[in-house]
Design a binder for this molecule. Structure first.
Ligand code: GLN
Length: 381
């Protein structure tokens, strides 16, 4: 009775864990959203936009004042030239930008290369758009297995999905790696769809590089980002896709009939966000840097093995030795017995590797993280 595509994926485990966490009154380190307030001036701008009657549809592909600001931001920060009239589409979060991009590009049976571990959405994005996912596992140190990547490209490959900084493993792709991927895209006539939602959350002086800024990639990349993570407004659902004008016109058509448009008053408010000074972004990254170090040491103390993430706000940790539960059982045990929610690793892997891992977010208030650390100590007893 139901469409086959609905059988190819399950409901989001990340959001499932949030529900379970609420039920057990646990600390939610599962879903990546801040539990601290959004910037005051941004909230004021949203209230003013509603009171100022920006309450009807914006232009389907986004409010002009916002597209103009994004074009400037893309030039200065990402080194991408994006014409606000023909190369920018505002969407309901980067989640919609990703789905609309896939629907605009994929014909049934086309292949999509996806690095593993991957953000949970990319599997369903492939299933709904009709793409066959081809997973390429990263090495244990998160470097790229070049041979595996090269052999994943074939004549059916239509897109490669990139996510830098990466959710869940915190990898920040280097210029050399992006160049290698770019060369493969050019040689095989493949489009890069790149999710850069954590573009301002990098550590240890790392620099964000957009693959679209590399030679020959501007016209074969869809660059996706949004306001959720950079401005701590995950519930606003304001994202965007930058792409060359023919790609953009296909994305816009899909987007129009999926959602008509992103929330108009919130788009208007986002103009204020884009005018924040450089210090805002420095403070954001250094705030998360402290939280990263705190959670990392709490996890190590509790017996997990994990690397320091290079970017984004998650730690992907190996389940402590001696625990005889898989990731799903252990995640459930953690919520009900320890009072801390995390995401089972298998949400981010096609292979078995995820069964020994949990993902924790540190996008939380210091008090929340301290309470979580205290609870995690129970694991050592
Ligand atoms: N991106 C966040 C995460 O990975 C939130 C996911 C979601 O619920 N959309 O946890």
């Amino acid at each position: 009775m139901l469409a086959r595509r609905t059988g190819y994926f399950v409901e989001s485990v990340i959001r499932d864990m949030t529900r379970l966490s609420l039920k057990h009154n646990a600390i939610n380190l599962a879903q990546g959203f801040p539990d601290f307030p959004a910037p005051l001036t941004l909230k004021q701008a949203a209230a003013a936009a509603i009171m100022g009657d920006y309450n009807q549809y914006s232009i389907t592909w986004g409010a002009k004042d916002l597209r103009d600001e994004i074009s400037q931001k893309a030039r200065e920060y990402n080194h991408i030239e994006a014409d606000p009239e023909s190369e920018i589409t505002m969407t309901c979060g980067s989640t919609e930008a990703m789905m609309a991009s896939m629907l605009a590009l994929i014909n049934e049976g086309d292949e999509a290369i996806i690095f593993e571990p991957f953000y949970e959405n990319y599997g369903p994005d492939a299933a709904v758009s009709g793409a066959v996912p081809r997973f390429v596992p990263l090495n244990d140190d998160n470097s790229i297995d070049e041979d595996a990547l090269e052999s994943a490209f074939n004549r059916k490959t239509r897109v490669i999905i990139l996510n830098t900084p990466n959710n869940p493993c915190g990898k920040v792709f280097t210029k050399g790696e992006l160049k290698m991927i770019a060369d493969l895209c050019v040689d095989n006539d493949v489009i890069a769809v790149t999710d850069e939602i954590y573009e301002y959350i990098l550590y240890d002086n790392r620099k964000h590089i957009s693959i679209a800024s590399l030679d020959d990639m501007k016209d074969r990349t869809i660059t996706i980002s949004g306001f959720s993570k950079t401005y701590s407004v995950t519930g606003w659902r304001i994202g965007y896709a930058l792409a060359e004008k023919n790609l953009t016109s296909a994305i816009r058509k899909v987007h129009d009939f999926l959602t008509v448009g992103a929330p108009a008053p919130l788009q208007h408010a986002c103009v204020t966000a884009l005018r924040y000074p450089g210090s805002y972004y420095k403070e954001l990254a250094s705030m998360y840097d402290e939280k990263r170090k705190f959670l990392h040491s709490a996890l190590i103390k509790a017996g997990f093995k994990c690397n320091m993430p290079e970017g984004a706000y998650y730690i992907l940790a190996d389940i402590p030795e001696g625990v005889n539960m898989d990731d799903m059982e252990f995640a459930k045990h953690m919520v009900s017995e320890i009072g801390v929610a995390a995401v089972p690793g298998s949400s981010f892997y096609k292979s078995e590797a995820g069964k020994h891992k949990l993902r924790f977010t540190f996008s939380k208030k210091d008090e929340t993280l301290m309470e979580a650390a205290e609870r995690l100590e129970k694991l050592r007893i």
